[in-house]
Design a protein around this ligand. Structure first.
Ligand code: NDP
Length: 368
């Protein structure tokens, strides 16, 4: 029997995230995280999730806003010595409470803070997109390898029950031979001043932000690596929001089996959708990758039924992700979404941009 790489990922996710036997067998000090960047995601989404974790706890904060950092530290009972600025960040090496640095900064800062964290002897969980170029991703992997530290990317969908169940159904052949995947992700980006619309901080537009979800979905639903990409960008450059980065980008991925994925991201409409079509049926998620409230349907034999996945082993996808990284550090195993996974995506992202720019299909080499 043959297993794809992602089958192993799924079973590893269920084993590692939910392994209460393992948790019992190890001394149970939850590992300490430093959150770098107290913004919409780091502060509002991730920090509250430590309450849902078993193996992880908040141990430090890193921020350019001292008053905010002090307030958050006080709210979570952190000592003064566990508050850092970007200038003092490197001294985190002397803080034994911090095991893992979680980089929740604008995209173009991911590489720098991952490398600095690894050099300070800390493991790294870095938000998506991993960085803004293949070269940066390679530097991050090399830095973590040189420091013998783990590197994981914040691909939370690998811990989200609907997406895990969709992968399981696809692998189990519920839709038959996979012929086609479609995925669109977007939201209305209203404020022209945000860093997401500044190339120097974002590295690109909707593709770097929401397109990564569509790309990931194409890869984890097919369980294959694409061999070619053809892309087209549609941006109204007169719109003040889009002077530096793209709005809409569509791309088609070709897979070795002959399956096709048609993907899109945009900053001018809300969408959140994954559809897989096989020769026996279809698996559809909408919304597909939200923080909660996702829905899924399986269409087969002329009937469509809504699928409710079994509850995940963790309380939430975020807690699953945080605890998986902690368990990876404890056990020495590679995280299921390691730096290599982020690098694979970034190689494809660069090819998507190149295809759109040059107006031709780009063949992807075997490394992707
Ligand atoms: P925000 O703009 O809300 O927060 C970013 C934080 O980074 C700021 O609050 C600030 O924190 C810090 N920062 C440091 N330098 C800068 C700068 N020059 N400009 C702006 N902020 C700066 O962004 P998000 O939290 O939404 O996104 C952060 C990362 O998380 C991104 O890579 C994004 O892709 C990812 N993300 C992932 C999500 C997921 O579901 N996996 C969802 C949302 C975001 P401080 O004031 O403390 O210095």
């Amino acid at each position: 029997m043959e297993f794809g790489r992602r089958d192993i990922l799924i079973s590893a996710a269920s084993m590692v995230v939910g392994s209460s036997a393992l948790a019992r067998a190890t001394p149970d000090r939850p590992l300490g995280y430093a959150i770098v960047g107290l913004g919409g995601y780091g502060l509002k989404v991730i920090i509250p999730q430590f309450a849902n974790c078993t193996h992880s706890r908040l141990a430090a904060v890193v921020s350019g806003d001292p008053a905010k950092a002090r307030r958050v530290a006080a709210e979570h009972g952190l000592p003064e010595r566990s508050i850092y600025s970007y200038d003092t960040f490197d001294t985190i090496r002397d803080n034994p409470d911090v095991d893992i640095v979680y980089v929740c900064l604008p995209n173009s800062m991911h590489a720098e803070y991952t490398v600095r964290a690894a050099r300070a002897g800390k493991h790294v969980l870095c938000e998506k997109p991993m960085a803004v170029s293949v070269a940066e991703c390679e530097t991050m992997i090399a830095a973590c390898r040189a420091a013998n530290r783990k590197l994981m990317i914040g691909y939370r969908c690998h811990f989200e029950p609907f997406n895990l169940e969709a992968m399981r159904l696809a692998r189990a052949g519920e839709a038959g031979k996979i012929r086609y995947v479609r995925s669109e992700h977007g939201f209305v980006q209203r404020d022209p001043s945000v860093w997401r619309l500044k190339r120097a901080l974002s590295g690109g537009g909707s593709l770097m932000d929401m397109g990564v979800y569509s790309l990931q979905a194409a890869r984890y639903m097919t369980n294959e690596e694409p061999i070619a990409v053809t892309a087209r960008e549609s941006t109204d450059r007169r719109d003040p929001r889009f002077t530096e980065v793209e709005d809409i980008i569509d791309w088609t991925l070709e897979f070795p089996s002959g399956a096709i994925a048609s993907c899109q991201s945009m900053y001018s409409a809300n969408q959140n959708h994954i559809l897989l079509m096989g020769d026996k049926g279809r698996i559809e998620l909408e919304p597909a990758t939200r923080y909660d409230g996702n829905h899924m349907w399986l269409g087969k034999d002329g009937r469509e039924r809504e699928v409710t996945p079994p509850p995940g082993p963790a309380k939430t996808q975020f807690a699953g992700q945080l605890d998986h990284m902690a368990q990876s550090v404890r056990t020495g195993r590679e995280p299921i979404v390691s730096g290599k996974e982020g690098l694979r995506d970034m190689r494809i992202v660069e090819a998507i941009y190149r295809s759109a720019r040059e107006g031709r299909t780009i063949r992807l080499d075997r490394r992707t």
